[in-house]
Design a protein around this ligand. Sequence first.
Ligand code: DQA
Length: 151
Amino acid sequence: MLKISVINGPNLNMLGDREVGYYGAVSLEDINAQLRMAAKEEGIEIDFYQSNSEGELVTFIQTCKGVTDGIIINPGAYTHTSIAIRDALLAVEIPFVEVHLSNVYAREEFRKSSYLSDKAVGVITGFGSFGYIFALEGIRQRLNPPATALC
Ligand code: DQA
């Protein structure tokens, strides 16, 4: 059975309550519940991790090696700063999708650069909580393509 880990970085535990204009009114618990339902329908095993600390995120990514087939990650502000998270993702050699709720290209200049995007299977930005569902579908297709895949 395919196993996917969903990782969220700093301040994403405050979703639903935080800059609702950018990030929407849906809580992280609700997003994870939707993902759990979608994963169940697809026969995918899924787990969730959130931390506000860069080191804890790195340590969790390291524990994914040999255990998880794919990662969905919203690194929050660490997207724009963290070589350590980039290196951890490269070290474990697990394909990952980068997700952002807001459209990072329609905001401040510093949000337009990512330490992860060039190594990601794909990047989803600007679709709010739906982005995580799209990411789940995208990584599933990549890891387990149907015989009649269009791409
Ligand atoms: C974010 C975008 C980041 O720039 C920001 O620091 C976040 C959330 C998003 O989901 O849109 O914390 O990753």
